[in-house]
Design a protein. Structure first.
Length: 230
Protein backbone atom coordinates (compact mmCIF):
# COMPACT_ATOMS: atom_id res chain seq x y z
CA UNK A 1 0.00 0.00 0.00
CA UNK A 2 1.46 3.37 -1.00
CA UNK A 3 2.08 6.20 1.46
CA UNK A 4 -0.49 8.98 1.32
CA UNK A 5 0.20 11.74 -1.19
CA UNK A 6 -0.64 15.07 0.41
CA UNK A 7 -2.17 17.53 -2.07
CA UNK A 8 -0.93 21.11 -2.14
CA UNK A 9 -2.42 23.89 -0.04
CA UNK A 10 -4.82 25.09 -2.72
CA UNK A 11 -6.47 21.65 -2.94
CA UNK A 12 -6.57 21.20 0.83
CA UNK A 13 -8.49 24.49 1.06
CA UNK A 14 -11.60 22.38 0.40
CA UNK A 15 -11.39 20.66 3.79
CA UNK A 16 -13.10 23.28 6.04
CA UNK A 17 -16.25 23.23 3.92
CA UNK A 18 -16.83 19.46 3.74
CA UNK A 19 -19.44 17.40 5.57
CA UNK A 20 -17.19 15.34 7.84
CA UNK A 21 -17.60 11.66 7.02
CA UNK A 22 -19.79 12.37 3.99
CA UNK A 23 -19.67 11.54 0.30
CA UNK A 24 -17.85 13.71 -2.22
CA UNK A 25 -17.59 14.00 -5.98
CA UNK A 26 -14.29 15.32 -7.32
CA UNK A 27 -14.76 16.68 -10.86
CA UNK A 28 -11.64 16.77 -13.01
CA UNK A 29 -9.87 14.49 -10.56
CA UNK A 30 -6.70 13.94 -12.62
CA UNK A 31 -4.62 11.52 -10.47
CA UNK A 32 -7.27 11.35 -7.69
CA UNK A 33 -4.78 12.71 -5.15
CA UNK A 34 -7.43 14.87 -3.47
CA UNK A 35 -10.12 12.17 -2.92
CA UNK A 36 -7.43 9.70 -1.78
CA UNK A 37 -6.19 12.22 0.77
CA UNK A 38 -9.69 13.13 1.97
CA UNK A 39 -10.74 9.50 2.45
CA UNK A 40 -7.43 8.46 4.03
CA UNK A 41 -7.58 11.31 6.53
CA UNK A 42 -11.22 10.70 7.42
CA UNK A 43 -12.58 13.93 5.97
CA UNK A 44 -15.02 11.91 3.88
CA UNK A 45 -16.17 8.29 3.86
CA UNK A 46 -16.66 7.72 0.14
CA UNK A 47 -15.69 9.53 -3.04
CA UNK A 48 -16.41 9.49 -6.75
CA UNK A 49 -13.44 10.63 -8.87
CA UNK A 50 -14.54 11.95 -12.27
CA UNK A 51 -12.71 13.10 -15.37
CA UNK A 52 -13.60 13.61 -19.01
CA UNK A 53 -10.45 11.88 -20.29
CA UNK A 54 -9.51 8.21 -20.04
CA UNK A 55 -5.85 8.84 -19.20
CA UNK A 56 -6.59 10.56 -15.87
CA UNK A 57 -9.19 7.91 -15.03
CA UNK A 58 -6.62 5.14 -15.60
CA UNK A 59 -4.12 7.02 -13.43
CA UNK A 60 -6.75 7.62 -10.76
CA UNK A 61 -7.71 3.94 -10.65
CA UNK A 62 -4.08 2.89 -10.29
CA UNK A 63 -3.50 5.32 -7.44
CA UNK A 64 -6.74 4.40 -5.68
CA UNK A 65 -5.86 0.70 -5.90
CA UNK A 66 -2.32 1.31 -4.64
CA UNK A 67 -3.79 3.21 -1.68
CA UNK A 68 -6.07 0.27 -0.87
CA UNK A 69 -9.19 2.38 -1.29
CA UNK A 70 -10.96 0.76 -4.25
CA UNK A 71 -13.88 -0.12 -1.98
CA UNK A 72 -14.35 3.52 -0.95
CA UNK A 73 -13.41 5.54 -4.04
CA UNK A 74 -15.08 4.92 -7.39
CA UNK A 75 -14.18 6.43 -10.76
CA UNK A 76 -16.31 7.62 -13.62
CA UNK A 77 -15.32 8.91 -17.02
CA UNK A 78 -17.83 11.62 -17.77
CA UNK A 79 -18.22 15.19 -18.95
CA UNK A 80 -18.66 17.35 -15.85
CA UNK A 81 -21.36 15.94 -13.57
CA UNK A 82 -23.34 13.95 -16.14
CA UNK A 83 -24.43 10.63 -14.64
CA UNK A 84 -23.17 11.49 -11.15
CA UNK A 85 -26.48 12.11 -9.41
CA UNK A 86 -26.91 8.46 -8.36
CA UNK A 87 -23.85 8.80 -6.15
CA UNK A 88 -25.90 11.16 -3.92
CA UNK A 89 -23.01 13.35 -2.75
CA UNK A 90 -22.89 15.62 0.25
CA UNK A 91 -20.20 17.75 -1.40
CA UNK A 92 -19.18 18.48 -4.99
CA UNK A 93 -15.63 19.68 -5.60
CA UNK A 94 -14.58 21.40 -8.82
CA UNK A 95 -11.02 22.73 -8.84
CA UNK A 96 -8.61 23.67 -11.60
CA UNK A 97 -11.06 24.95 -14.23
CA UNK A 98 -12.10 28.39 -15.42
CA UNK A 99 -15.09 30.02 -13.78
CA UNK A 100 -17.10 29.93 -17.00
CA UNK A 101 -16.55 26.18 -17.43
CA UNK A 102 -17.45 25.50 -13.79
CA UNK A 103 -20.70 27.45 -14.25
CA UNK A 104 -21.46 25.45 -17.39
CA UNK A 105 -20.89 22.15 -15.56
CA UNK A 106 -23.18 23.24 -12.73
CA UNK A 107 -25.88 24.49 -15.11
CA UNK A 108 -25.98 21.07 -16.79
CA UNK A 109 -26.58 19.31 -13.46
CA UNK A 110 -29.88 20.66 -12.07
CA UNK A 111 -29.83 18.02 -9.33
CA UNK A 112 -27.20 20.07 -7.47
CA UNK A 113 -29.97 22.50 -6.55
CA UNK A 114 -30.31 20.65 -3.29
CA UNK A 115 -30.00 22.32 0.11
CA UNK A 116 -27.97 19.42 1.52
CA UNK A 117 -25.23 19.55 -1.14
CA UNK A 118 -22.29 21.90 -0.66
CA UNK A 119 -20.37 23.05 -3.71
CA UNK A 120 -16.66 23.71 -3.14
CA UNK A 121 -15.29 25.54 -6.15
CA UNK A 122 -11.92 26.98 -7.08
CA UNK A 123 -11.93 28.83 -10.42
CA UNK A 124 -8.61 29.39 -12.18
CA UNK A 125 -10.05 32.45 -13.94
CA UNK A 126 -13.23 34.53 -14.29
CA UNK A 127 -14.11 34.30 -10.62
CA UNK A 128 -16.55 37.21 -11.02
CA UNK A 129 -18.54 35.31 -13.62
CA UNK A 130 -18.81 32.23 -11.38
CA UNK A 131 -19.94 34.21 -8.34
CA UNK A 132 -22.54 36.00 -10.43
CA UNK A 133 -23.85 32.71 -11.83
CA UNK A 134 -24.18 31.23 -8.34
CA UNK A 135 -26.02 34.26 -6.96
CA UNK A 136 -28.37 34.53 -9.95
CA UNK A 137 -29.24 30.83 -9.80
CA UNK A 138 -30.34 30.56 -6.19
CA UNK A 139 -27.08 29.68 -4.43
CA UNK A 140 -25.79 31.38 -1.32
CA UNK A 141 -22.07 31.70 -0.70
CA UNK A 142 -21.27 30.11 2.65
CA UNK A 143 -17.58 30.90 2.89
CA UNK A 144 -14.45 31.79 0.98
CA UNK A 145 -10.70 31.59 1.37
CA UNK A 146 -7.54 32.51 -0.50
CA UNK A 147 -4.46 30.35 -1.04
CA UNK A 148 -1.23 30.89 -2.93
CA UNK A 149 0.61 28.27 -4.98
CA UNK A 150 2.62 30.25 -7.54
CA UNK A 151 -0.54 32.33 -8.09
CA UNK A 152 -3.54 33.28 -5.95
CA UNK A 153 -6.61 31.04 -5.80
CA UNK A 154 -10.02 31.80 -4.35
CA UNK A 155 -12.00 28.88 -2.93
CA UNK A 156 -15.77 29.37 -2.77
CA UNK A 157 -18.27 27.25 -0.82
CA UNK A 158 -21.91 27.57 -1.89
CA UNK A 159 -25.23 25.86 -1.32
CA UNK A 160 -28.64 26.12 -2.96
CA UNK A 161 -31.15 28.22 -1.03
CA UNK A 162 -33.59 29.21 -3.77
CA UNK A 163 -32.97 32.95 -3.28
CA UNK A 164 -31.08 35.24 -5.60
CA UNK A 165 -28.60 37.88 -4.49
CA UNK A 166 -26.65 40.70 -6.07
CA UNK A 167 -23.03 41.57 -5.31
CA UNK A 168 -21.15 44.73 -6.12
CA UNK A 169 -18.37 44.55 -8.70
CA UNK A 170 -15.84 44.55 -5.87
CA UNK A 171 -17.60 41.68 -4.12
CA UNK A 172 -17.79 39.66 -7.34
CA UNK A 173 -14.04 40.06 -7.86
CA UNK A 174 -12.73 39.71 -4.29
CA UNK A 175 -15.59 37.93 -2.50
CA UNK A 176 -17.92 39.39 0.13
CA UNK A 177 -16.65 36.92 2.74
CA UNK A 178 -13.05 37.75 1.92
CA UNK A 179 -13.72 41.49 2.16
CA UNK A 180 -15.45 41.09 5.52
CA UNK A 181 -13.03 38.61 7.14
CA UNK A 182 -9.76 39.63 5.43
CA UNK A 183 -8.26 36.12 5.42
CA UNK A 184 -4.55 35.41 4.85
CA UNK A 185 -3.38 36.66 1.43
CA UNK A 186 -6.29 39.09 1.09
CA UNK A 187 -4.10 42.18 0.88
CA UNK A 188 -1.75 40.34 -1.47
CA UNK A 189 -4.72 39.39 -3.68
CA UNK A 190 -5.83 43.03 -3.85
CA UNK A 191 -2.31 44.10 -4.85
CA UNK A 192 -2.21 41.37 -7.47
CA UNK A 193 -5.52 42.45 -8.99
CA UNK A 194 -4.32 46.07 -9.07
CA UNK A 195 -1.35 44.90 -11.13
CA UNK A 196 -3.65 42.94 -13.45
CA UNK A 197 -5.92 45.89 -14.14
CA UNK A 198 -3.04 48.34 -14.51
CA UNK A 199 -1.61 46.02 -17.17
CA UNK A 200 -4.98 45.87 -18.95
CA UNK A 201 -5.16 49.66 -18.97
CA UNK A 202 -1.63 49.96 -20.33
CA UNK A 203 -2.57 47.60 -23.14
CA UNK A 204 -5.78 49.46 -23.95
CA UNK A 205 -4.05 52.85 -23.83
CA UNK A 206 -2.35 51.96 -27.11
CA UNK A 207 -5.73 52.21 -28.84
CA UNK A 208 -7.40 55.62 -28.95
CA UNK A 209 -10.83 54.03 -29.39
CA UNK A 210 -10.59 51.54 -26.52
CA UNK A 211 -13.21 51.85 -23.77
CA UNK A 212 -11.44 51.75 -20.39
CA UNK A 213 -14.32 52.83 -18.14
CA UNK A 214 -14.84 49.39 -16.57
CA UNK A 215 -11.14 48.85 -15.87
CA UNK A 216 -10.72 52.35 -14.42
CA UNK A 217 -13.72 51.87 -12.14
CA UNK A 218 -12.45 48.48 -10.90
CA UNK A 219 -8.93 49.82 -10.41
CA UNK A 220 -10.33 52.73 -8.40
CA UNK A 221 -12.16 50.51 -5.91
CA UNK A 222 -9.18 48.14 -5.66
CA UNK A 223 -6.88 51.01 -4.72
CA UNK A 224 -9.46 52.30 -2.22
CA UNK A 225 -9.67 48.82 -0.70
CA UNK A 226 -5.89 48.63 -0.44
CA UNK A 227 -5.76 52.01 1.31
CA UNK A 228 -8.33 50.80 3.84
CA UNK A 229 -6.06 47.89 4.72
CA UNK A 230 -3.06 50.08 5.56
Amino acid sequence: MQSIIIPDTRLRSAVPYLHRGGRIIDVGTDHAYLPIYLVKEGFCAHALACDINQGPIDSARANISAAGLSDRISTLRTDGLHGCEKFAPDDVLIFGMGGELIAKILSEAPWIKNERITLVLQPMSRVQMLRRWLLENGFEILGESITREEKYYQTIAARYCGRTDCYSEEELLLGRWNIQTKPPYFEALVRHEIGVYEAILRGKSKSESADTNDEERILKFLKERLESLQ
